[in-house]
Design a protein around this ligand. Structure first.
Ligand SMILES: C[C@@](O)(CCOP(=O)(O)O)CC(=O)O
Ligand code: SF4
Length: 413
């Protein structure tokens, strides 16, 4: 692989051990994937933050990298969710040994110049690349969002690869960084109008079917087409950014999707094309969506001990919707709304946090139902409106799942 003079100096260790090790990781990845050179990136997003997923070995690795005071991230970089709410772990009942180790992990990242904002929706809080920027992100749902909705370019990096990229300000030129590799591989025609949890169910079905393919969605609404007496072949419904974050998260969790296109909606749909895909088509009906929702529910009961919303981390609008739903009422189940500290600060000011807390629920920052040790908090069943969470919680936490919209999951006294 070709390295320029400065990259060679990094590789030889002239900038210290951490830069050298990081450069070695980037070159090794580049060689595995056949990259010819490195490219500059404008941002990084680093997974591998929760003590639950990286353990003591991960903590040691990070403390070793952070002991080299010459190493600092070269580009704006943020962290994935941690295993606890870093400020309120005690109040929420997280085990103290876990919380202590968790704080050490986040401190090590901080010493490396990585922003200690722990969120899987960094694109809502300032880590916002521009169209066509090269970036190195690793949270799979954020990778899907930044590639598809924003049109920046990233591979699905692993945690160490994204951290190495942050420290060097570079990544290897292969995969989704190359224009040619961003073309759609299958057309998915969604025949009936979808909303709410249907987007997650759709992502779940398609991800399972296509693995690491690139879907080109056409979202239709049969009823509307009938009314207009036309059956045009273009997307006729318009998902919100929240719908897109649910769709991408699900696609990336049941499959290894990193990029999707939606006709008339996402920025690259015209270049990604569908003309070359005459024979590669899949049709999804409301019946398929209903089946997927049922499959994602593993609990026999219709009432969960804990309802956990915000996977990926909730936006301010989603928090407002929850506040409107619970305002002046008392919730029977425990309810967590997971988000970033930045969005919570805005929710505090808007009065949403107070409303949610008065109803008996909590706005939980920095963490989520998958990467926190909820299995140690005595819950047996969980209600989620995220297909990604529904897909991961049984194996990552061992709880029974109910997959439904928030208004059906939250029970009132
Ligand atoms: C499940 C996930 O959202 C969170 C756990 O990842 P990690 O602990 O940051 O490695 C990771 C992913 O989907 O990329
Ligand atoms: S499991 Fe969901 S909430 Fe947790 S880090 Fe992943 S996307 Fe975010």
């Amino acid at each position: 692989m070709y390295l320029n003079k400065d990259e060679e100096r990094m590789y030889e260790g002239e900038y210290g051990n951490t830069v050298r090790k990081s450069m070695e990781i980037l070159v090794a990845l580049g060689e595995i994937y056949g990259a010819e050179n490195l490219i500059d990136i404008t941002s990084a997003q680093i997974s591998g933050v929760s003590y639950k997923t990286i353990g003591d070995a991960g903590l040691e690795y990070l403390e070793d990298l952070a002991s080299d005071k010459n190493a600092l991230a070269k580009v704006p970089s943020t962290l994935n969710p941690a295993g606890t709410d870093l400020d309120n772990w005690e109040k929420l009942g997280f085990p103290s040994e876990f919380a202590l180790k968790q704080n050490k992990i986040v401190d090590a990242y901080g010493s490396l110049g990585i922003s200690q904002t722990c969120t899987c929706t960094p694109y809502l809080v300032g880590n916002v690349p521009r169209f066509r920027d090269h970036v190195a992100w690793s949270e799979s749902s954020a990778v899907a969002y930044v590639n598809s909705v924003i049109g920046a370019k990233t591979n699905r990096e692993g945690g160490p690869g994204a951290l190495a990229a942050a420290i060097c300000g570079k990544t290897a030129m292969y995969g989704y960084h190359i224009e040619e590799n961003r073309k759609a591989t299958i057309v998915i025609e969604v025949e009936d109008k979808i909303s709410g949890i249907d987007y997650g169910a759709l992502g779940y079905i398609v991800g399972k079917e296509i693995g690491d393919g690139i879907p080109y969605f056409i979202l239709k609404d049969k009823t509307q087409n009938k009314k207009k007496d036309s059956s045009t072949d273009i997307s006729s419904i318009s998902p919100t950014n929240n719908d897109l974050k649910s769709l991408g998260a699900a696609l990336a969790s049941s499959g290894a999707v990193a990029l999707y296109h939606i006709e008339n909606i996402t920025p690259e749909y015209k270049i990604a094309g569908k003309k070359h895909l005459q024979n590669d088509k899949m049709f999804i009906s409301s019946h398929d969506i209903q089946n997927a929702c049922e499959k994602l529910t593993t609990s026999d009961s219709n009432e969960a001990d804990l309802v956990c919303l915000g996977c990926p981390h909730a936006s301010l609008e989603e928090i407002e919707e929850i506040a409107n739903l619970v305002k002046g009422r008392h919730i029977k189940n425990d309810l967590w709304v997971c988000t970033s500290i930045n969005i919570k600060a805005a929710a505090d000011r808007m009065g949403f946090t107070k409303i949610i807390e008065n109803a008996g629920a909590a706005l939980v920052c920095d963490t989520c139902m998958v990467v926190s040790p909820i299995e140690e908090l005595g819950y047996e069943s969980i209600g989620v409106n995220s297909a990604k969470a529904a897909n991961y919680v049984p194996s990552m936490c061992g709880l029974k799942v109910i997959y439904d919209n928030a208004e059906n999951l939250i029970k009132f006294k």
